[in-house]
Design a protein around this ligand. Sequence first.
Ligand code: HEM
Length: 283
Amino acid sequence: MMTSTVQTAYEALGGEAGVRALVKNFYALMDDLPETFALRMMHPERLSGSETSLFEFLSGWFGGPDLYVAKKGHPRLRMRHANFRVSPAMRDQWLLCMTQALDAQVADTDLRSRLIEKFSQMASHLLNSPDAAAGTVSATPQHGDNISLNLSKPRTIMKTAHDLVTAAKARVQEVAIAEAEQAIREADVLLDVREADEYAAGHLPGAIHASRGLLEFKLSSSPELNSRDLRIVLYCKTSGRAALAACALHDMGYLQVKSISGGFDAWLTAGKPIVKPSLPAFE
Ligand code: HEM
């Protein structure tokens, strides 16, 4: 009797253990390679959640158990990447890590090229932004490229507030002031993340006050704001605090967060209307 010998990519990689190892190595490379620093900065500080998501997605995509779909529903990967700037440079950094991880694990050259081809197609499909000044890799990753991993290397570099804001801006979607009104019209909620005195001195019409310090707590305690698909627009004075706040919201799981480029100051300079609550007169 003939038996079918068609093997899935999941089986060819060694099943669950093989796919897990690939994902672990992929993120270890992202963490370690100097050329992929900008890509690393788009991701949360702890990579364990990212590892789980990618492992579960690849398990199903490669023909094994569809763990991602069972947990999160349809992958909608383009939509789930919409809040990140996926530029050609970022795609190349992503593919550099994956190519290196496959080189280290998959000896079968035919299988390796077919997987790299699949990943390249998917990565190009996710592109949503032209190259920014976020950092580039000069060369297309080659199969033979080798790197040495030093997983025990301590991270000793201190970051400034400016570094944190730059990294945050690489992760979040900013809308130009010219498109801000349209974004606000399409949003479910407009949040002013400045301090209470700044909000009281004047704010955008319709904005709810939720200072950056209390933002996560306010959202968690408001059931009507708990949907991952809630369309949120944020602003602060110039957009630094809003970028950091948007990252916190991404980390909470919100998928559709936008920040107004230039913030309240840019809104004022553009001559757009603001609201100043009138204070009660004590006479
Ligand atoms: C092209 C360059 C890419 C960039 C810059 C990129 C960036 C990111 C970032 C920043 C996240 C969020 C990580 C987190 O919050 O844990 C993410 C999530 C994810 N990425 Fe990518 N990615 C890229 C390509 C890909 C490709 C090619 C795949 C699949 C083959 C993929 C699959 C995923 C999955 C499954 C998630 C988790 C989504 C979720 O459940 O919310 N990504 N990606």
